[in-house]
Design a protein around this ligand. Sequence first.
Ligand SMILES: [Zn+2]
Ligand SMILES: [Zn+2]
Length: 257
Amino acid sequence: MRTNFHTHTQRCLHAFGDEEDYVIEAVKRNVEQLGFSDHAPFPDKDFGLRMQFAELGDYLDTIGRLNEKYSNIQLFKGLEIEYHPVYDDYYRQLFDVYKLDYLILGEHMYTMPDGDIKNIYFAQSTKDYLDYAKGICDGIKTGLFNIIAHPDLMFMNKFAWDDNCKRASEMIIESAEKYNIVLEFNANGYRRGKVIYPDGERYQYPDVRFWNMVRDTNIRVIIGSDCHEPHQVFDEKVEFAYKTASSLGLNVIETIF
Ligand SMILES: [Zn+2]
Ligand SMILES: [Zn+2]
């Protein structure tokens, strides 16, 4: 069965197309389950390049309406969101009040032990990966998230692989295993192309070194398109991600429902 649970829309201000554009494209490509996971707003803080809080209701209503309109595809209501411990009640509300089907933990910004918020796109050294991994592990522990998006996103930074990289990977993998959470193998990394790093040329992510560590576990892995344009919903990068993940020997699943 063809599925995709990592889908953005123009509401996040850096993707193109509305909900229906993605549904039409997904139907055309024989996708049977499509989950929307646009970048979530926080009620009282704008981290930028994400949906406005005032749009949340309309976003969810639209998905519900399209689910009625298109009988040959199943739609799901989700969001991609960072984990910040101060918002624990908000995450719960998203399920209880807003009736979300699932939440993807997409850690870009992360909370430091002192409450400071950092952005992994601007890591100063691989030491920062340990704090980043801790943020993800704290999120996993809450049981509020169904999928961890691009758990190897940190490796887009321009550092060579070292012990911190290995340790940060172990932290995420160990807690994913312990809490039986799904890790996402993200096709959008392939759209970004290869980059030259101090220790060689590779994709920013998925990083094979991380996924080789996942292979030794029974963690479930899902392929995410992370599409920001409708035609990417199930494109050749998604197909390439499926091929790569299965050739790496990962435990690939198709659906979380
Ligand atoms: Zn995005
Ligand atoms: Zn995303």
